[in-house]
Design a protein around this ligand. Structure first.
Ligand SMILES: Cc1ncc(COP(=O)(O)O)c(C=O)c1O
Length: 370
């Protein structure tokens, strides 16, 4: 956020900022969503909804899981949240007590670490940057934990690394968690954005896992603040109560509009964005190694390249600031995602225009060679 703030300042003074630091699409919501929002604004009073969300949106999400993954999800097990982030605190309050242990990958999405820590939950962070891990957790990591952890969080495709967990490994993890009474929390908010790798939902392998979903990434609707949790039956009521107290309900307008995000017409528009991400990704995967930055996490999905910059800096935070000042290119330093090894890494988001990716690579190359 610090880099983003400075990049926006740079944009106002120099007009040349290229924002490869932000984790969001550069496009708006698909047109059926916008049309539905216009109608809802005119015709609906937009009052409170049920705390766990509207039945229509839950049905739409259940239908999407049926079509996309071939699984039947009871809509009563779906809770709509204010962005997926809006479900984190209540989820961890419902699942964990202070002092419990939760396993998560390092590097990983920082909000998980921060929210868990704020609730007094102990983090068991596993460094997944070595080749054996390939940037994802494995069953062996959980087996090594004594006592058994309360929960494990997996994110596939991952932020920041973009790596996708092998479906067989996800199945193995889901089975292991079921057998050992560990809550599997599967963050699948980048599903829909992958480049050949198969993104399977943990919901295909178990109905005991918690699935975290969102319209923010593939659906290109970050600011609409709609996400969802699919939970085992016994978590529905506690979460419903917590949400009613924390937020009353997710935004009514966004919920009404989001119902249309799963229609064929919307998905067609969204797939066109993914094709652009694929072109941008190709450019990065060609140009970065050519400038000596060849150690890149397998960029299987999401719109991120996680790049080892230890050949040119020992401090990615400083590097990100200096690069921005010298060139206008804004990247996210790895320390945001990995407090231990992150000084070796930067994350590039390629959800922007292809011209911006080309320009950013030109400037980065000139900066490194200077
Ligand atoms: C892995 C992951 N999970 C969850 C979120 C939260 O997204 P939102 O609250 O917009 O659904 C993000 C945002 O970048 C993310 O990268």
């Amino acid at each position: 956020m610090d880099i983003l703030g400075r990049a926006l300042e740079r944009q106002s003074t120099h007009g040349d900022a290229l924002l490869l630091c932000v984790g969001q699409p550069s496009t708006g919501a698909p047109s059926p969503v916008v049309a539905q929002a216009e109608t809802a604004v005119r015709e609906d009073i937009l009052g409170y909804t049920a705390a766990s969300g509207t039945p229509e949106l839950k049905e739409a999400i259940a239908g999407y899981y049926r079509r996309r993954y071939g699984v039947e999800v009871d809509p009563r097990r779906i809770l709509i949240t204010t962005g997926s982030s809006g479900g984190f605190t209540s989820l961890f309050l419902a699942v964990c007590d202070a002092g419990d242990e939760v396993v998560l990958a390092r590097p990983g999405y920082p909000a998980y670490r921060n929210v868990l820590q704020a609730l007094g939950v102990k983090l068991v962070e596993i460094d997944v940057t070595d080749p054996e891990h390939g940037f994802q957790l494995r069953v062996e990591d959980l087996e090594a934990c004594t006592p058994r952890p309360r929960a494990v969080i997996v994110t596939s495709p991952s932020n920041p690394s973009g790596t996708v967990m092998d479906p067989a490994e996800l199945r193995r993890l889901a089975q292991w968690c079921d057998e050992n009474g560990v809550v599997l929390i599967s963050d699948e908010i980048y599903h829909g954005i992958s480049y050949g790798a198969e993104c399977r939902s943990a919901a295909e392998f178990t109905d005991r896992a918690v699935i975290v979903g969102s319209v923010s990434k593939y659906f290109s609707m970050t600011g609409w603040r709609v996400g969802w949790l699919i939970v085992p039956p016994e978590l529905v009521e506690p979460l419903d109560r917590l949400h009613a107290n924390f937020t009353v309900c997710p935004p009514a307008l966004s919920q009404q509009a989001a119902v249309k995000a799963f229609d064929h017409a919307a998905l067609e528009e969204l797939d066109a964005h993914v094709q652009r991400y694929a072109r941008n990704r190709e450019i990065l995967l060609t140009r970065l190694p050519a400038m000596g930055l060849g150690r890149i996490a397998p960029a299987d999905g999401a719109f991120y390249c996680y790049v080892d910059v230890s050949s040119i800096t020992a401090d990615s935070f400083r590097f990100a600031h200096e690069l921005l000042d010298a060139t206008g290119v804004a990247v996210a330093p790895g320390v945001d995602f990995d407090p231990v090894q992150g000084q070796r890494w930067i994350r590039l988001s390629y959800a922007c225009d292809t011209d911006d990716i080309e320009a950013a690579m030109d400037r980065l190359e000139a900066y490194i060679r200077a």
